[in-house]
Write a protein that binds this ligand. Structure first.
Ligand SMILES: [Zn+2]
Length: 99
């Protein structure tokens, strides 16, 4: 009965799947307004989470779900970084480089 650990659960901004926080990719808008990936999950600021699937990353970028969750613009460099994190092969198509 006792000894139940509290595992922080967060949901992906795209597919809304609930997952352990440490298994998600955290994107944080720090108090100084910088948006970046937070590998530690501990950076101060407003956070948004992605489950890491390529589809979700693409959708989150296309539909501006990340900017909405963070309430600010997401820089292109970060979008590229996120796509690279999820899947390099199809990221090229998603960013429109495969003409
Ligand atoms: Zn997802």
């Amino acid at each position: 009965m006792a000894g139940e650990k509290k595992i922080p659960i967060r949901s992906c901004v795209s597919c809304r799947v609930h997952c352990e926080k440490k298994k998600l990719i955290r994107i944080v808008r720090s108090p100084d307004g910088q948006v970046r990936i937070d590998p530690t999950g501990k950076a101060p600021g407003r956070g948004a989470y992605l489950c890491g699937s390529k589809e979700c990353t693409v959708q989150a970028i296309k539909k501006n779900k990340l900017s909405k969750a963070l309430r600010c613009e997401v820089p292109e460099s970060l979008k590229t970084e996120l796509l690279n994190l999820s899947s390099e092969e199809e990221a090229a198509m998603a960013t429109g480089n495969a003409q």
